[in-house]
Design a protein around this ligand. Structure first.
Ligand code: ADP
Ligand code: MG
Length: 596
């Protein structure tokens, strides 16, 4: 289905009554326009006595005139017709205003729904999706492309309805004046339509490129803004300005190409219009000379044809603009049609409240076919146990723990909770049982309270209790407004250790039975590490915990330590067992000991 048609069916249709009411007002307004032509004819023929008096008017007009209390008023009162014309213009203005607002309202509502669906769809995507589609592109789809469609839905639709109703009124007027001529006008359509159709294909192609350019520019913007500290620290402002300028210039050129192609419809339409007027002038001269037509008739006729031609010209211009809306709709529907690859099974099993074991059975995984990242992981973690993963970077530790909340699924083997394959759970249900604290703590521009309670209604007491166990209460209480202190973007007003403890309080409040700590203390200095470590120990109590630690000092008390290398677990044991074994773990340990 062409995207515009789909937009109409799926989004605009529910709001059709409003749009139709608007179209009705446009029709009324355009009928008034026809009345203006009638008034002009009366002015010329009757008032200026170019065509005789009232009694010589054609039938329908005479009927109209006879509705007046005194038909002669047209001849006798010089102000009557001009007054009528002014009144008609005013009336037409009011009707068009009402129509525009009604149609635009339907369009804006449709666009609002579209945007909501788009955002919802975005949130339903898997982590893989966000690796393939950078933030800039997604922002451009949800805001930029939807903005383009909003233009279509509010302005263009009303303009289209206005012009079409106008054209129809004029067609009716012309047909009943001179049907042969009306028939002759039909030859205009292929003359106009064929070149415009060819242009529209070109516009769409360039439009896709231009939107791609806008994606990239937004992405650059986002990167520079969120990496501002790097930009400043390396004094690369000029470098970034130049990169932005180059990209912006590329976008300008793409935009200009679209404008030039779009603009081509003007010379085409003007030439056709010129031919038309010339032909009509000949025709009129012939008819007036033959005495078949009065001067007033001819003038009104010309005006009517002009007013038929004008909507056609405007419509072709809008048609060109609509190609860009089509591009945006294609991009929007592309996202709306992307189904997440990790879906919930039809009949998901309930996730156990307090799972007693988490088991990896011969788990293999790769991000792409060529490079296996995990090669046969067997691992068991029982309730209350803490299993630590250690090893050099790139060994696959993060990948392994990311399989637990099903950010990805194993390519081979399986992971079970109490004997049930993770793929039999609804991923969202599963994730609600899992708490994750990573190296980067992600906070929102919200108050401290709302950051800890993230998205749930939690009392101040419970938030405070969580913060106390996370060793965060003291520094929060010292903030200007305590728990009600708003945090700057991503919590940048706090130190790394403070942010980390807020993240831990968030996990504590969720009270998940399964806990994943991925280098939660690696980014911290020794002092805040100590506070965070104490907070983590509170968090790990009575939970099934998988912990990845860079600093081996933090995991000495783990139930088991697994040393990972090249996607395999090469050693398992307690701290002292592994030291005694003098293998990989002992090697890592002595390396760190040498550092310290
Ligand atoms: N999102 C990803 N897409 C593709 N490859 C990835 C991705 N994340 C990690 N990798 C690759 O997988 C391997 C293991 O990475 P990771 O699990 O992060 O290791 P670790 O946490 O032990 O440092 C590395 O070779 C890394 O390059
Ligand atoms: Mg890692």
């Amino acid at each position: 289905m062409p995207p515009i048609q789909r937009f109409y069916r799926q989004h605009l249709k529910p709001y059709l009554p409003g749009a139709l009411a608007g179209a009705f007002l446009f029709t009324l307004g355009n009928s008034v326009q026809a009345m203006i032509l009638v008034a002009l004819k009366l002015m010329f023929d009757v008032q200026f006595k170019m065509g005789g008096n009232v009694s010589q008017l054609p039938g329908p007009l005479q009927k109209l005139a006879s509705l007046l209390p005194d038909p002669k008023i047209i001849q006798n009162n010089l102000l009557f017709i001009p007054g009528l014309i002014a009144l008609f213009f005013f009336l037409r203005g009011l009707l068009v205003y009402g129509g525009t607002v009604l149609v635009a309202r339907s369009g804006m509502k449709a666009v609002r729904d579209l945007r909501e669906r788009l955002f919802g769809k975005l949130l339903s995507q898997d982590p893989v999706y966000f690796q393939k589609h950078p933030v800039g592109e997604l922002m451009n789809r949800v805001l930029g492309d939807v903005g383009v469609v909003q233009q279509l839905a509010s302005n263009q639709v009303s303009e289209i309805l206005k012009q079409i109703t106008m054209a129809l009124v004029m067609v009716v007027y012309i047909i009943q004046k001179d049907w042969k001529l009306a028939l002759g006008l039909l030859f205009l359509f292929p003359l106009v339509f064929l070149p415009v159709k060819t242009l529209s294909k070109l516009i769409r192609k360039q439009g896709h490129k231009a939107q791609g350019g806008a994606d990239q520019l937004l992405q650059r913007m986002k990167e520079v803004l969120s990496n501002m500290r790097v930009v400043k620290a390396f004094a690369r402002e000029d470098y970034e300005t130049k990169r932005f300028k180059d990209q912006g210039h590329g976008l300008y050129r793409l935009g200009m190409r679209v404008v030039r192609i779009q603009g081509l419809s003007s010379p085409i339409m003007e030439s056709v219009g010129g031919l038309l007027l010339a032909a009509l002038a000949l025709y009129g001269a012939y008819r007036i000379n033959a005495g078949v037509m009065t001067g007033g008739d001819f003038l009104v006729f010309l005006l009517a044809i002009y007013q038929l031609y004008d909507p056609i010209r405007t419509l072709t211009k809008i048609y060109g603009e609509m190609q860009l809306s089509t591009v945006s709709l294609e991009r929007i529907y592309d996202l709306l049609d992307t189904e997440p690859s990790l879906t919930a099974p039809k009949d998901p099993k309930p996730v156990p409240q307090t799972p007693s074991q988490l088991i990896f059975e011969d788990v293999h995984f790769s991000y792409d076919e060529k490079h296996p990242v995990l090669r046969g992981i067997d691992l068991e973690v029982r309730r209350g146990e803490t299993v630590a993963l250690v090893g050099g970077s790139g060994g696959g530790k993060t990948t392994l723990v990311n399989l637990v909340p099903r950010f990805f699924d194993p390519t081979q083997g399986r992971i079970t909770v109490d004997g049930i394959d993770l793929r039999d759970f609804d991923p969202r249900q599963l994730r609600m049982r899992i708490g994750i604290v990573t190296q980067e703590t992600l906070l929102f521009m919200d108050t401290v309270h709302d950051n800890i309670a993230y998205g749930i209604q939690a009392s101040r007491e419970s938030v405070e209790a969580a913060a106390k166990r996370a060793h965060a209460h003291d520094f929060i209480a010292a903030l200007p407004k305590g728990y009600d202190t708003p945090l700057a973007e991503t919590g940048s007003s706090l130190s790394g250790g403070q942010r980390q403890r807020i993240a831990i309080a968030r996990a504590l409040l969720q009270d998940p039975p399964i806990l994943i700590l991925d280098e939660a203390t690696s980014a911290l200095d020794t002092e805040s590490e100590r506070a965070v470590q104490a907070a983590l120990e509170a968090l790990m109590q009575d939970r099934t915990t998988l912990v990845i630690a860079h600093r081996l000092s933090t995991i000495q008390r783990a139930t088991r330590i697994c040393a990972m290398k090249h996607g395999r677990i090469v050693e398992v044991g307690t701290h002292s067992e592994l030291l005694a074994k003098n293998g990989e773990y002992a090697r890592l340990h002595s390396m760190q000991f040498a550092e310290a």
